[in-house]
Write a protein that binds this ligand. Structure first.
Ligand code: MN
Length: 231
């Protein structure tokens, strides 16, 4: 097929122990999927269930790169998250079958312009300006499920300049990974290459130019980035 304009470049991530890369499609994100984070943001997790939002693939940032601190914000926050990478698509899949879609896992950070998000919340507007910008989704190499096995627990953490800021366990998720996949498959159209950022534990806070950020999920890997000057 030929197109009337050049198609966009495919965004991709490295794969652990492979020369081949993982092509990135949609980036689904779960909001308030850890009770202690919901509480720190002023919400009652017993009354408000988790929910979804989507980042575009241009938000992906590679392991080891320097993040461009985004424009229009003075309060960018880190949210370390377990990322699920889909190898197959589906619609209306049951939770019991959902793990058959998974290619692997990664470590991601849902970077957030908290000041713009708070403004959107106050005005009842969409969150995109808070959640989406270049480098809003730093992500590690993808660890194949064939190597990691299915992960139901494991420490998730993030430190800045060697000081731990976030620490939890992925077994604290309100909606577990199979349930997240099942719900997404009923709401949207899941496809190979889609990523799911599964929510963050407590301890979110600001980043600053010059920071070294180290994030990790036990059994998956590590993600290291630095923060550059505001663009
Ligand atoms: Mn998040």
């Amino acid at each position: 097929m030929t197109y009337v304009v050049n198609p966009p470049e495919q965004v991709s991530l490295p794969v652990v122990d492979s020369a081949d890369r993982f092509p990135v499609g949609q980036i689904y994100c779960v909001g308030r999927n850890y009770a202690d984070h919901a509480v720190e943001m002023g919400h009652d997790p017993d009354r408000e269930p988790p929910f979804f939002f989507i980042k575009p693939s241009f938000a992906i940032m590679q392991q080891g790169a320097q993040m461009r601190y985004p424009a229009f914000s003075q309060d960018v926050h880190h949210e370390v998250e377990l990322v699920v990478a889909l190898g197959r698509g589906a619609r209306d899949i049951d939770a019991a079958d959902a793990m058959t879609l998974v290619f692997g896992y990664a470590v991601g950070i849902d970077m957030t312009r908290r000041d713009l998000q708070a403004d959107a919340k106050a005005k009842g507007r969409p969150w995109e300006a808070g959640k989406t910008f270049a480098d809003a989704a730093p992500c590690s190499a993808v660890m194949p499920l064939s190597r990691s096995g299915v992960l139901a627990e494991g420490q998730i953490s993030l430190s800045i300049n060697g000081e731990q800021r976030q620490r939890g366990d992925i077994n604290q998720m309100i909606w577990k990974v199979p349930e997240v996949i099942a719900r997404l498959s009923s709401l949207f159209v899941l496809a190979p290459g889609d990523l799911i950022f599964t929510g963050t534990p407590a301890g979110v806070g600001p980043i600053d130019p010059g920071d070294l950020i180290e994030a990790g999920v036990e059994g998956v890997g590590k993600l290291e980035i630095t923060v550059g000057a505001q663009r």
